[in-house]
Design a protein around this ligand. Structure first.
Ligand SMILES: CCCCCCCC/C=C\CCCCCCCC(=O)NCC(=O)O
Ligand SMILES: [Zn+2]
Ligand SMILES: [Zn+2]
Length: 525
């Protein structure tokens, strides 16, 4: 009896100690969350001679010009296969709508490799390092039938449910918003008599959607031949996310300081054909389908916390709501829990792991002919912490079928991490311009889950940022590269104001020329 009591006592003591340990850990985590330092960037403020905002009379002319830009179908289909005629039409559209930019005595406009555009905005002080604003003029193809408004209509429609005016069309977000936002801001700057101290470039590639080798690659070569090095570069990227990250009641501007790698895998099957009325047991399409199914069913492993993307949560934690604040501030404890939450939705899942999308499937020539070959193209966006070899090996293991050939068609590694933080001029400029207009927005470093023309510009600067100054919620994010792409009129206005102030501030917040050079160390400064 005494020994039973003894055992009970020991169990109680152990149990109490475990509870105390858990309580202690939770208390430590809570204290850590409560003591977080806020990462507001209220530093650089534009204090130049010009008014840093644009009058309403100019702003209200912009939505229609933006809508007209969407009417020109500058579609890219494959590398080298882009609509040359429409691209030239788009050049003319820019010339017609932005005459002050094109006729300015201090702006040199160059056509690069026939279809891309490079603007050099001459500065009065040659000793200051220039910067570059990039976007692309091409768009991805459309499936006309799925659109509620025709994709190249540039229709401006009121949405009664949301109470907003939207401009509809392919490219409204990706990436004519970038091209038009920059051009509309620049036009107003020229009209208002601005001539910068600091030289800057504006580069519009024409084939970003099919890898940029005819556009951005040539723009970069041109700049390199002129020995240009940049203070920083801002290209398309993550928008200001509204309601996308659980626990963040305020919008989050995830500024891409790196971007994922990319891999194109070909999955091929060969087999027996014949008359479809006497089909073989082992069919090409069945085997191929099984392989594709398995790739979707068993995703690449989560890499969360092992790559450059996890610092994001140090920036988010101070502004997160409870209990997420506790989680974000204590990834050492809650990483598995956060991983589970993030895996559940497609956009946050992309942040954790290499993604897998079967985008092209081909087999068969006729209904009553059993095909003898078929293939699928699988598009991976590769998490920076995973090697390209490991991605391929995972595919091979998951398919687990010696009769299915799995090979890499093309690949690119993830980009290096650009420096960020209050001491980095380019970052500071981008983040502080945001907070000037939208004080509630949290600017945080992150990883772009897609790819951009910046691959071609990496040798011009180590400070490469991928960010679009437009607010998007999940509904709008899900329209990128599919039907019903559209942008609220208010977003157009805001992004023009953003670029306008960014350009003005870039003249004030000028880094010493020796500060930032290629080879600068990565990560937070
Ligand atoms: C906790 C972090 C959450 C991150 C959520 C990610 C949400 C993703 C939102 C938008 C992605 C928008 C990408 C826009 C750039 C597109 C560039 C592009 O299309 N390039 C071509 C390509 O990648 O194929
Ligand atoms: Zn794009
Ligand atoms: Zn795109």
């Amino acid at each position: 009896m005494a020994s039973v009591r003894r055992v009970c006592q020991v169990i109680c003591i152990v149990f109490t100690l475990i509870l105390l340990a858990i309580g202690g850990i939770l208390l430590a985590a809570t204290i850590r969350a409560l003591m977080l330092e806020d990462t507001d960037y209220q530093y650089s403020a534009y204090e130049g001679g010009l008014i840093d905002d644009i009058p309403a009379s100019y702003l209200e002319t912009l939505p229609q010009i933006f809508a007209d830009a969407l009417k020109i179908p500058t579609v890219s289909k494959e590398p080298g296969d882009y609509d040359r005629e429409q691209l030239l039409k788009f050049h003319q559209f820019l010339r017609d709508n932005f005459p002050n930019v094109f006729n300015s005595s201090f702006i040199k406009v160059e056509v690069i490799n026939t279809y891309s555009l490079l603007f050099t905005i001459m500065g009065s002080d040659e000793n200051v390092q220039p910067y570059l604003l990039a976007s692309h003029m091409d768009v991805v193809p459309v499936d006309e039938n799925k659109w509620s408004n025709p994709p190249f209509s540039g229709r401006i429609m009121h949405d009664p449910d949301i109470g907003e005016l939207y401009i509809w069309g392919r490219g409204a977000i990706d990436d004519k918003s970038g091209v038009m936002g920059i051009m509309m801001a620049l036009e107003y700057l020229v009209i208002s008599g601005f001539q910068p101290k600091r030289k800057f470039y504006v580069a519009f590639g024409h084939d970003e959607e099919v890898n940029g080798y005819d556009g951005a690659y040539h723009i970069s070569k041109t700049l390199l031949a002129r020995n240009v090095t940049l203070d920083f570069l801002l290209d398309e990227g993550m928008p200001i996310l509204e309601g996308v990250i659980k626990g963040m009641d305020v919008p989050v501007a995830v500024i891409g300081v790196t971007e994922k790698g990319w891999m194109r895998v070909k999955v091929e099957v060969e087999g027996e054909g014949g008359h479809s009325s006497i089909p073989p047991k082992d069919q090409v399409v069945t085997r191929l389908s099984k392989a594709i199914y398995n790739l979707g069913r068993y995703p690449q492993p989560s890499m969360f916390g092992t790559g450059p993307e996890s610092d994001l949560f140090n920036y988010l934690a101070p502004k997160a709501s409870w209990p997420y604040k506790l989680v974000f501030a204590n990834l050492w404890l809650f990483r598995p829990l956060l991983e589970m939450v993030m895996s559940a939705s497609r956009e946050t899942n992309a942040f954790l792991r290499t993604t897998t999308a079967a985008t092209i499937v081909r087999a068969g020539v006729k209904e009553n002919v059993v095909p003898t070959s078929g293939y699928a193209i699988v598009n991976h966006r590769v998490h920076p912490a995973q090697s390209l070899e490991d991605v391929l090996q995972h595919d091979i293991d998951i398919i687990g079928d010696a009769k299915v050939k799995v090979s890499v068609d093309q690949q690119r590694a993830a980009h290096p991490v650009s420096p960020y933080g209050p001491k980095v001029p380019g970052w500071r400029l981008i983040a502080s311009t945001l907070q000037h207009f939208f004080p509630k927005v949290v600017a945080a470093p992150g990883m772009l889950v897609a790819n951009t023309d910046t691959i071609h510009y990496l040798n011009l600067t180590s400070c490469v940022y991928r960010f679009m100054p437009i607010f998007l919620d999940n509904t709008l994010i899900y329209t990128i590269h599919t039907h019903n792409e559209r942008l609220p009129v208010s977003a157009v206005i805001n992004e023009v104001r953003y670029y306008h102030r960014l350009i003005l501030s870039a003249d004030v917040d000028v880094p010493p020329i020796e500060d930032i050079r290629p080879g600068h160390r990565s990560g937070e400064l």
